[in-house]
Design a protein around this ligand. Structure first.
Ligand SMILES: *[C@@H]1O[C@H](CO)[C@@H](O)[C@H](O)[C@H]1NC(C)=O
Ligand SMILES: *[C@@H]1O[C@H](CO)[C@@H](O)[C@H](O)[C@H]1NC(C)=O
Ligand SMILES: *[C@@H]1O[C@H](CO)[C@@H](O)[C@H](O)[C@H]1NC(C)=O
Ligand SMILES: *[C@@H]1O[C@H](CO)[C@@H](O)[C@H](O)[C@H]1NC(C)=O
Ligand SMILES: *[C@@H]1O[C@H](CO)[C@@H](O)[C@H](O)[C@H]1NC(C)=O
Ligand SMILES: *[C@@H]1O[C@H](CO)[C@@H](O)[C@H](O)[C@H]1NC(C)=O
Ligand SMILES: [Zn+2]
Length: 477
């Protein structure tokens, strides 16, 4: 794109005084011809039908499940900063090279290194009971002798503020209701900072989940740098509810908490990149992504082993068909997502000049697919509806849309905010938070046939937007 072109386009946009969109393929600007692009989408059907058959009934059937099982059984959980994560990255690079993916490499990023160490919690009063717990990522340790203190149980931050004078010197237990991850997750993110602000000595957060069989769920939390740091962990829904009932009866509760968690200096990890280089517009990139790191419990099979390996599987299937698309499809397995999008944020900063025509992530489960959630302008939505039509044989045609200003695209959100169309895989994920960040995140959560369907959706999406002649309409920025 050159300056003259940009100025000309701006003038045209201003003169017609409607929201203006431009196409950027092959450097030529054209007015949109949505009908033409939709016809082009329909012409991809011969290849997309083959991709679906390959995944669902062909030689790729079961492949994603088997590749993932091989990966997570071998390495288990893969927390940021661990040698195990790096070993698992070496393995996946090797496997992708053996599979003939192109431009396989590790893109170096600085990441957090936190270890939970040994940890335990006991209710001492009104009776003795071991509390099943998991320290929260970035939590500090208790003093070596642990913390033994009276408990204040609250349900909300507002209640904590009201009872602030009651909180001094106590362990604050948050028994927030499950509403949604966004709403209830605030207690996990900010509970320690809010508890410390009113003089609490530690905070224990009810696990952020709609379902529990006494299973604690970990996750990240953030201290307020201007407030004292206190140790923080999650406890189970059952224990939080029980202590809430006890407190409602006016019973005095005491807890002994002993944590040896430690924050180490930042260390190096890698985003794992692989590609199929485009035949005609190799510099224009369709991004498919997930994250390779996980918490240090379970196997990280659901969150987000499956989402990460979907990228490999899609490239693998397209190579198996021998049908190279016009644009480059780049798979990225982000590192250190769980501590706050470290891999993707860093990559975004360093790749501002790459020409992304479409970005996507799978990080909300890989259950039976419904279709996609999508962020883009109305013209892009029209085209994507046609793309979803290619998936009618597997009934994964749902397209939930929003604008590029509001779309939650997980780690690819920064590109979407620049106007690049983006998508997330949408599945029947009602049970996602049953397993999320817990010992329960294992292969048992996943179903091989569902994974095949997910890889069909992801492959049809990526192949089609990479192979149509015009790039997807995008907001002009
Ligand atoms: C798919 O069909 C289009 C025309 O409809 C054709 O140009 C293209 O070569 C076909 N691709 C394959 C792999 O058969
Ligand atoms: C896969 O094969 C089964 C059994 O032959 C058939 O019922 C199903 O429709 C096929 N799936 C697709 C997507 O073609
Ligand atoms: C607290 O945990 C540390 C580290 O595991 C352990 O050495 C210590 O004995 C524990 N203290 C008590 C009082 O249980
Ligand atoms: C941190 O705490 C200070 C003092 O209470 C408060 O003014 C500020 O808003 C807090 N910062 C964040 C990011 O919550
Ligand atoms: C992007 O390109 C501009 C102009 O060539 C250059 O100044 C800038 O450093 C590049 N940014 C990155 C992140 O590569
Ligand atoms: C197809 O998917 C829609 C949701 O997108 C669902 O309501 C419908 O029941 C599904 N149909 C079949 C036959 O599974
Ligand atoms: Zn995730």
């Amino acid at each position: 794109m050159n300056i003259v072109w940009i100025i000309t386009t701006l003038l045209v946009c201003l003169s017609v005084s409607v929201k203006c969109f431009v196409l950027q393929d092959s450097g030529i600007s054209t007015n949109l011809d949505i009908a033409r692009i939709k016809a082009d989408v329909r012409r991809q059907k011969n290849v997309t039908d083959q991709l679906i058959q390959l995944a669902v009934n062909g030689s790729a059937k079961g492949q994603l499940y088997n590749r993932l099982a091989d990966f997570v059984d071998r390495y288990g959980s893969r927390i940021s900063g661990s040698q195990n994560l790096e070993n698992s990255i070496e393995y996946i690079k090797l496997k992708m090279k053996e599979d003939k993916l192109e431009n396989v490499y590790g893109d170096i990023v600085e990441v957090p290194h936190w270890e939970r160490g040994e940890e335990s919690a006991y209710m001492m009063k009104p009776r003795y009971k071991k509390l099943t717990m998991l320290g929260l990522g970035t939590s500090i340790a208790t003093p070596p002798g642990g913390i033994h203190a009276e408990v204040l149980v609250v349900k909300t931050f507002e209640e904590l503020e009201r009872r602030a004078s009651d909180a001094v010197g106590k362990i604050i237990v948050f028994n927030q209701d499950w509403v949604s991850y966004g709403v209830s997750g605030r207690y996990r993110f900010y509970g320690a900072a809010r508890a410390a602000a009113v003089g609490g000595v530690a905070s224990l957060i009810r696990s952020v989940t709609p379902f529990s069989i006494n299973s604690p769920h970990t996750g990240s939390q953030v201290y307020n740098e201007s407030i004292k740091k206190i140790p923080t962990a999650c406890i189970t829904v059952e224990d939080a509810e029980m202590m809430w009932r006890m407190s409602q009866r006016g019973e005095r509760i005491e807890i002994f908490l002993n944590m040896s968690a430690k924050n180490f200096p930042k260390t190096l990890s890698r985003n794992v990149i692989s590609e199929i280089v485009g035949s005609t517009y190799p510099d224009e990139v369709v991004l498919i992504s997930g994250h390779i790191d996980s918490w240090d419990v379970g196997q990280g099979a659901m969150d987000d082993g499956a989402g990460a390996l979907l990228g490999w599987q899609v490239l693998s299937m397209i190579l198996q068909l021998g049908s190279r698309p016009k644009r480059t499809i780049r798979s990225i397995m982000w590192t250190a997502e769980e501590f706050g999008f470290y891999g993707s944020r860093d990559y975004f900063k360093r790749h501002k000049n790459d020409s992304f025509v479409f970005v996507s992530e799978s990080d909300m489960g890989t259950f039976k697919p419904k279709g996609l959630t999508f962020g883009g302008n109305q013209d892009a939505v029209e085209v994507m509806k046609e793309v979803m039509g290619l998936l009618s044989i597997i009934n994964a045609t749902s397209l939930v849309t929003s604008s590029t200003d509001t779309f939650d695209g997980g780690e690819v959100t920064p590109w979407v905010r620049l106007g690049v169309p983006g998508a997330m895989l949408e599945t029947y994920n009602e049970k996602y938070f049953y397993f999320h960040h817990s010992e329960g995140d294992t292969m048992e959560v996943l179903d091989s046939d569902d994974l095949d369907l997910c890889s069909a959706v992801w492959a049809v999406m990526a192949y089609t937007v990479a192979n149509i002649e015009d790039s997807l309409p995008r907001d002009f920025v």
